[in-house]
Ligand binder design. Sequence first.
Ligand code: G6P
Ligand code: MN
Length: 436
Amino acid sequence: MPLVYGALLGDHAEGRVSRVTLYDTDADRLTAVARVLAEQGRDVADAPAVVATTELDEALRGADFVFSAIRVGGLAGRAADERVALDEGVLGQETVGAGGIAYGLRTVPVALDLARRIARIAPQAWVINFTNPAGLVTEAMSRHLGDRVIGICDSPVGLGRRIARVLGADPDRAWIDYAGLNHLGWVQGLYVEGRDELPRLLADPQLLESFEEGRLFGAELLRSLGAIPNEYLHYYYVNREAVHAYQQAERTRGAFLQDQQEGFYARMREPGTPAWATWDRTRAEREATYMAENREVAGAGEREESDLESGGYEQVALALMRAVARNERTSLILNVRNRTTLPALDEDAVVEVPCLVDANGAHPVAVSPLPYHALGLVTAVKAVERAVLEAAESGSRAAAAQAFALHPLVDSVTVARRLLDRYTEVHPGLAYLDRA
Ligand code: G6P
Ligand code: MN
């Protein structure tokens, strides 16, 4: 939220956002974040007004844009998602594999309720979904909001920028030929003035290993793929080692973040704590430790300074709002309904692809067809997402079991059944699965 508010503070054009309503179920958290925003806006004359509420309907009424970033079950829930999966020898990441399914099963019912509420109270609003698993949650919400919900992730944007940078191209003038699902996409081309520059990158092993994804995957794999995968594909291509590294880690990512965030909110309860500085230090530590185990497995070293800065999410969010609110046309990689972009998927499947955005919303544009290996993963994971959506809408335990069993990173139906049993034991939010 402070990142988005910071982006809003830099926008002085006519029609800019003039009022922000913060909503949270937890009043304590609201107070802390409101304090950060107050410090950020202190010396800005036209800073958007900020109000805070724990009443959802009050927050929604009259809104032009709704930013949705929720964490059902909190970070303790995320840590449990990871632990259960790792104990079964499979990946517990919050968006990929068994952990992503467990998190999706908890989150989708809440996201559906939210979407219904928005459709009733703020039918005119555009909804920008940040909630993970972002593709799945956006698809769930689109069942009530249609194309008025748009999912955002900064990974493809960051990837496109990094590739453009090493090629010496202006990221804002490069066209990224990217397609897939959220956290499951590939860059197949990068066009500058009509010429594809990606072959030049693929031909140069040194250049290839000079940026994050290049170091993560290694030149050899990238050259054999003929594409640059999203960083989250590391969990697929190097799955066994990634699972092992996470099993060895002292704490899971969720457990680390739980401690970190609790520490932040505790400090914020003390009077005199510098709000912005404390928040920004917390953010920087989170960035520096992001995907640390994956980088360790790959021997990729530390993250680059430019990747530690903010600029991803909030710039996409601001560009998206400006395009919609002021018809400032732009192209962005977003999570939207497929239409006919990826012909193997149906029209309502939410995919992550480049879109032209204007006052009428986000319109996906043509991309190169995905090769079979990529299409195989995309269709398999979409089938998993559909099983999660069915389970969330009907309460069917069989559908939930199928979601785990169909996932390419869950290698046994027996393990899938045990995962579902364990997850329903530890998560009260999954009690609904006993309905059918
Ligand atoms: C990246 C991903 C997001 C994720 C974020 C924070 O930006 O694309 O989906 O929410 O990192 O990850 P973390 O592990 O710090 O929660
Ligand atoms: Mn993401």
